[in-house]
Ligand binder design. Structure first.
Ligand code: PNS
Length: 160
C-alpha cells in the first residue's frame, strides 16, 4: 500500500519552511498532496491560481510524488476522499503547538482513521512564516533566503 498524506495550509505564499517540511515528509510518505484551503473567511494576498502556480513550480523537482490541489470543508473529509492515511503539519517555535494540538485533536475526534503527523522544521526556518514574510516584502525587506526564487519575484510584482 502506498503511504499518502495531505499537507494542508493556506500557502499564501509557499516559504522555504514549507519546502523543508515537504522534503522531510517525503521521507515518510510515498506521496504528498499539498492542499490549499479555500477559506471564505480569509482574504489571501495571492489568488488560488497564483498560489497553485508558485507551489507547482517550486515543487516541480519532486515530480509525481507531489500533487497540488485545493479543498473546502473539513480537512478529514478531504483526506478520506483522497484515500490518505495521514495529515502532515510542520511545527516551528513553541507558539505553533497549542493551535496545532487543538487542530489535531479535533481532527482525530472527527475521524479516527486519519493520523496527524508533525514534523519539526529545520532550525533555519523556525521563525519563518508567510505572514511575516509578506510584511517584510511589502516594505522592501530582503526575504531572498526565506522563499523560493519565483515567490520572491511574485512578491515584488505584488507590492510594486
Ligand atoms: O496554514 P494554515 O492556514 O494554518 O492551515 C490551516 C488548515 C488549512 C490546516 C486548517 O484551517 C484546516 O484544516 N481547515 C479546514 C477546516 C477543518 O477541517 N478544520 C479543523 C477541524 S474544525
Amino acid at each position: 500500500m502506498k503511504r499518502l498524506a495531505i499537507y494542508p495550509g493556506s500557502f499564501d505564499p509557499i516559504t522555504n519552511g514549507h519546502m523543508d517540511i515537504v522534503e522531510r515528509g517525503l521521507k515518510l510518505f510515498d506521496k504528498l498532496i499539498v492542499a490549499i484551503l479555500l477559506n471564505p473567511g480569509k482574504t489571501p494576498l495571492f489568488t488560488l491560481d497564483e498560489r497553485i502556480e508558485m507551489l507547482t513550480k517550486s515543487l516541480a523537482h519532486f515530480s509525481d510524488r507531489i500533487e497540488i490541489d485545493s479543498f473546502n470543508g473539513l480537512l478529514v473529509d478531504y483526506a478520506m476522499s483522497r484515500g490518505a492515511q495521514g495529515i502532515l503539519r510542520g511545527l516551528r517555535a513553541t507558539s505553533d503547538f497549542e493551535y496545532e494540538f487543538q487542530l489535531a485533536l479535533m481532527n482525530r475526534k472527527l475521524n479516527r482513521k486519519v493520523e496527524t503527523v508533525f514534523l519539526m522544521t529545520g532550525f533555519r526556518w523556525i521563525f519563518t512564516s508567510s505572514s511575516i514574510i509578506k510584511q517584510a516584502a511589502q516594505f522592501g525587506g530582503d526575504i531572498s533566503d526565506m522563499v523560493p526564487e519565483l515567490v520572491q519575484k511574485r512578491l515584488k510584482e505584488k507590492f510594486a
